[in-house]
Design a protein around this ligand. Structure first.
Ligand code: NAD
Length: 459
């Protein structure tokens, strides 16, 4: 079959897999190939055990794989045979040398640019889909301009999907952003990309901008989202000192139509691979341009997040008579949020490390993230008495305390009377997501510690 367009996605991770799959799903006349340097990841995409958990993803893959969606480890052929290339590679925080712990590590991106340069035999549109520091497209153009016979147009098309609702976000995005150069071929490239999205996204939601605004807007969107969480978390600390209730405060504040009610849930803190790294990237860029006050302002969002996680641990310690040595603590949830198996930068990693430092024993429970949890503890060298039990009833047995770290729906509807009966007394529950019925738990016999509201204790 001859396809209308041949599209390549480089990088088959949390963004590359779902976003390329949706293009294939919505555009059956296009052929979409996804490549990755990690052959195990490609093998997993070609199996029944997908490397990424997202509600609805199995069905989309089943409908497209082998028809117009292909996963392959052959990067060279992928680049040669496709003229539209989405770059979905990871852009983690740089952990060495200049900018360590702050700047974006661009080694994966640069390797991709060089591979595109090396293997291209015809003109290509190269699309930055990952989140890159402002002016990365310029660097990409400079590398690609070393091939004098092939023309490249670089576009910025940052992805705004949110893990856990990735498929919904991709199918029905608030906006699709395309940053382009005002040159004849830049405009043509922009129009080609608009045409792809217009297969399912209403035209008025496909917006175009100058390429640097596009790159910056992605960093700023994440910075604003994270800032909302840190803002409400900062106020949750204040509530705990004054007997105000963060849920009431958030509801009242959120009813102001200028503010809106989303992203106002107080919690143990935000995690995920993006918020921290994107804010740090913004902070690093600000410092580079000598905008130190601006950098300090955004760095505050990260500091409050760390403070919130540390506060959670200190509250636990304080509540449990200032010692948790030898006590058994069950973590309900390890994923950084509900409906994903992703644990990158999850507050649960921090909590696990700190509890083990205090010589507690921990039991980790999660419906989708146990494999990643195991890897994280191993990779981070976090040692101690740890067990992994998916069933929450079994996991909580014999424990002194439960800490709710992920807002999975299953935890809301558990039979806590039954759980209480199997736990060590006095029994504590630390609701790091404020998802449980605290009054009910208190009546059962738990000592209940929510975030940003008075604790309910029996002594
Ligand atoms: N995860 C999210 O929710 C999210 C949302 C929006 C944007 N983003 C951005 O999207 C980008 C990708 O994020 P992710 O979460 O999918 O990362 P990921 O680590 O899950 O996936 C990246 C993939 O790229 C592959 N890769 C790296 N270098 C390669 C190369 N040279 N050739 C081929 N494959 C290569 C890796 O093996 C990996 O499988 C990042 O810039 C991130 O900031 C992520």
């Amino acid at each position: 079959m001859k396809f209308e367009k041949n599209i390549l996605g480089i990088g088959a991770g949390y963004v590359g897999g779902p976003s390329m799959a949706i293009i294939a799903y919505k555009c059956p006349t296009y052929k979409v190939t996804v490549v990755d340097i990690n052959p195990q990841r490609i093998a997993a995409w070609n199996s029944d055990d997908l490397p990424v958990y997202e509600p609805g993803l199995d069905a989309v893959i089943a409908a497209t794989r082998g028809k117009n969606l292909f996963f392959s480890a052959d990067i060279e052929a992928g680049i040669r045979e496709n003229d539209i290339i989405f770059v979905n590679v990871n852009t983690p925080i740089k952990m060495f040398g200049a900018g360590a712990g702050m700047a974006t590590d661009l080694q994966y991106w640069e390797k991709t640019a060089r591979q595109i340069l090396q293997y291209s035999r015809s003109s290509k549109i190269v699309i930055e889909k990952g989140t890159f520091p402002v002016k990365t497209a310029l660097a990409m153009e400079r590398i690609l301009s070393n091939n004098k016979t092939v023309h490249f147009d670089v576009l910025s098309n940052p992805e705004f999907l949110s893990e856990g609702t990735a498929l919904k976000d991709l199918e029905n995005p608030d906006r699709v952003l395309i940053g382009f150069r005002e040159t004849e071929s830049g405009i043509k490239a922009r129009d080609t990309l608009v045409e792809i999205y217009a297969n399912w996204v209403p035209r008025e939601r496909i917006i175009t901008s100058n390429i640097w605004s596009s790159e910056l807007s992605k960093l700023v969107s994440n910075a604003f989202l994270a800032q909302r969480i840190s803002s409400i978390n900062a106020i949750s600390a204040f509530c705990e000192k004054t007997d105000a209730d963060i849920t009431e405060v958030a509801r009242i504040v959120g009813m102001d139509s200028r503010l809106g009610n989303k992203f106002l849930n107080a919690s143990v803190g935000f995690g995920g691979s993006c918020f921290k790294k994107d804010i740090l990237s913004l902070v690093y860029l600000c410092r580079h341009y000598n905008l130190n006050e601006v950098a300090d302002y955004w760095e505050g969002v990260i500091k409050i997040n760390q403070y919130q996680q540390e506060r959670f641990i200190l509250n636990m310690l304080n509540a449990m008579f200032n010692t948790i040595t030898g006590k058994k603590i069950c973590l309900f949830g390890f994923a950084f949020k509900a409906n994903t198996g992703d644990t990158r930068e999850s507050p649960a990693i921090f909590v696990a490390r700190r509890l083990l430092e205090e010589q507690a024993e921990i039991v980790i429970s999660d419906p989708k993230a146990l494999k990643n949890a195991r890897n994280d503890l191993q990779l981070e060298g976090i040692a101690g008495k740890v067990s992994y039990i998916e069933d929450p009833y079994e996991a909580a047995q014999g424990c002194h305390a439960i800490a709710v770290l992920t807002e999975w729906d299953i935890y809301r509807d558990l039979d806590f009377q039954k759980i209480y009966g199997t736990m060590t007394k006095p029994t504590f529950i630390f609701d790091g997501r404020n998802i449980l019925d605290h009054e009910k738990l208190f009546k059962i016999g738990f000592n209940v510690y929510p975030i940003g509201k008075p604790a309910l204790v029996h002594f």
